[in-house]
Ligand binder design. Structure first.
Ligand code: ATP
Ligand code: MG
Length: 568
């Protein structure tokens, strides 16, 4: 069933869904079986909200030794594409779940669904209605006023059967007729006021091609697909609570296997939107570079950004399920990832914004191989050699000409430690004559401090990273900030949309960073900690052997302070 390693995250926590399943099992329902499904509509790429549903459904199945299906809810031919189907399959697999041979399509059931529609007509529980969409809306009534019955509601069974067959045969125009359930125009639940079950849509379907010109509505197709597959617990999000009576009504009228629908609160994350419609807008209107842009909350975006499947599974387990909507901090996801990468990722030194430093008392043609630790959390990762020479680069921001009070790194006359190398002291600042910008520092080193250790107990307050100028590679790094400036992007001034909250600075690309040599051969998918800068991964799309491109997965927060405490 996949993802067994963190099955535990879910297992130990009880939740209201498991309580319902436990009760059903105790009462001997479904012959003791548990069978769930994840039913995406292939009208966009999956996002992290879907991951919550995927993890929940697969974990429930795993925990109860049951099964979980992947079913494409492909009943709307106008918005669905094969590209989306493929991406969804890939994302589910990447997350670590395997539906084995249980990959289904609602469109595989179109024949059966049509038979069920005929059956409802024969039971006088459905009728063909000729009202226009506007009229149907008018007749429906409101929350406070009951609806009015359609003048077509009492057609005979024969007439209804004949009309539905002719709808299917393509005799009528789009939207000229619908098949409706015959329930109750006075029901307090508007969805029960004779909802539509089938509509005419003369549009080829990506799988059934031209076979159909009538398509089942979500409410009709969904419950029956669940029933056909023998699903026992149909887990969905809260917005379907009002649809549950209709789900139950259809299955009861047809006297077929009846899964139990259970609703939970959808995942909302700060600083982003989780709606396929809006994500599609961001793509189409070029706010991002595609569905897999590393800033997107899509699974393909998170994957390209460098998130691990385990971090997403653990996150979904950690946030749990509830009946109350809430907004989760992105930090919950990032913290888990930091913990994981801290243990796994090897360290490297990369200078994002280089400032040249010449070590004036270091011999011109000398190169030394110094020893650097690959992962202080895991000694089995060993060490590597980093070359040191007379000209090096350090971060621009590790130097201040007039240091402010809490700045402990390099400044004129001040000594700092170069990690794994030597203590250096800044002797001279060279500036561009025109702009006044600092272009180079001239420093001296103390040969007695090799490896970064002080021979005489002398203390330095700052430790900075560096690379040898001659022995480093020029690389691009991409730093990301949230796609939206507001915690809740939907919070807008009147007349504006969520798009007014797009963060114009969500991507910063630095094209002339300098990376230590060993990153020349960095492979796609391998994650590194760039010391003091965060966790990075090679961008799988834009990186080439000429120009390596690294995505920052997540920043480090405070870990450097700890490193400094250890080494100081
Ligand atoms: P969107 O609102 O993004 O368009 P959707 O609900 O239309 O999503 P579906 O393809 O119908 O997308 O969703 C498949 C499953 O994923 C459904 O069971 C749905 O309830 C669940 N799901 C969608 N969004 C979330 C979310 N944010 N949190 C948890 N589950 C979600
Ligand atoms: Mg939906």
């Amino acid at each position: 069933m996949g993802a067994l390693t963190d099955k535990k995250t879910m297992e130990n926590k009880t939740n209201f869904i498991k309580e319902i399943i436990d009760r059903d099992l105790k009462e001997g329902k479904n012959g003791g079986r548990v069978h769930t499904r994840f039913p995406p509509e292939p009208n966009g790429y999956l996002h992290i909200g879907h991951a919550k549903s995927i993890c929940l459904n697969f974990a429930l199945a795993a925990e109860y030794n049951g099964l979980c299906n992947l079913r494409f809810d492909d009943t709307n031919p106008t918005k669905e594409e094969a590209e989306y189907v493929e991406s969804i399959k890939e994302d589910v697999k990447w997350l670590g779940f395997d539906c084995e041979e249980r990959l289904f399509y609602a469109s595989d059931y179109f024949d059966k669904l049509y038979e069920y529609a005929l059956e409802l007509i024969k039971k006088e529980k459905a009728y063909v209605c000729d009202l226009s969409a506007d009229e149907i809306r008018e007749y429906r009534g409101t929350l406070t006023a009951p609806g009015k019955e359609s003048p077509y509601r009492n057609r005979t069974i024969e007439e209804n059967l004949d009309l539905l067959k002719r709808m299917k045969a393509g005799e009528f125009e789009d939207a000229s007729r619908v098949l409706r359930a015959k329930i109750d125009m006075a029901s307090p639940n508007l969805l029960m006021r004779d909802p539509a079950l089938y509509r005419i849509r003369k549009e080829p379907h990506q799988r059934t091609k031209d076979k159909w010109c009538i398509y089942p509505m979500y409410d009709f197709a969904h419950c029956l697909s669940d029933s056909i597959e023998g699903i026992t617990h149909s887990v969905c999000t809260l917005e379907f609570e009002n649809n549950r009576p209709l789900y139950d009504w259809i299955l009861d009228e047809l006297k077929v296997h009846h899964p139990r629908q259970i609703e939970f609160a959808r995942l909302n994350l700060v600083h982003t939107v989780l709606s396929k419609r809006k994500l599609l807008e961001l793509v189409n209107e070029k706010y991002v570079a595609g569905w897999d842009d590393p800033r997107m909350p899509t699974l393909s975006g998170l994957r390209r950004r460098g998130f691990t499947p385990a971090s997403i599974r653990n996150f979904c387990g950690r946030i749990g399920v509830s009946k109350v909507n809430s907004i989760i901090d992105f930090g919950v996801l990032e913290n888990g990832l930091r913990e994981e990468l801290n243990k796994k990722a090897e360290r490297r030194m990369v200078v994002l914004r280089p400032l040249k430093v010449t070590i004036t008392n270091y011999p011109e043609n000398k190169t030394e191989e110094l020893t650097a630790v690959n992962n202080p959390e895991d000694s089995s990762k060993g060490t590597r050699k980093v070359p040191f020479s007379r000209e090096i680069y350090i971060e621009k921001e590790d130097f201040q000409e007039t240091p402010h009070k809490k700045f402990f790194r390099l400044a004129p006359g001040r000594e700092v430690r170069l990690r794994y190398a030597y203590f250096i002291t800044c002797q001279e600042v060279i500036k561009d004559k025109k702009t006044g910008e600092v272009t180079e520092l001239r420093c001296t080193y103390d040969p007695a401090t090799k490896g970064g250790d002080s021979p005489d107990g002398r203390k330095v307050k700052g430790t900075i990273h560096w690379v040898s100028a001659e022995h480093s590679e020029k690389v691009s790094v991409r730093l990301y900030d949230p796609l939206f400036t507001k915690r809740n992007p939907e919070e807008t001034k009147e007349g504006q949309t969520y798009k007014s909250n797009i963060n114009p600075d969500s991507l910063e690309e630095i094209k002339s960073s300098r990376a230590e040599q060993s990153l020349k051969t960095a492979e796609k998918g391998v994650r590194y900690q760039f010391e003091r800068q965060g966790y990075f991964v090679v961008d799988p799309k834009d990186s080439s052997s000429e120009q390596k491109v690294f995505n920052r997965i997540v920043s480090l927060r405070d870990t450097w302070k700890k490193i400094e405490a250890k080494t100081a």
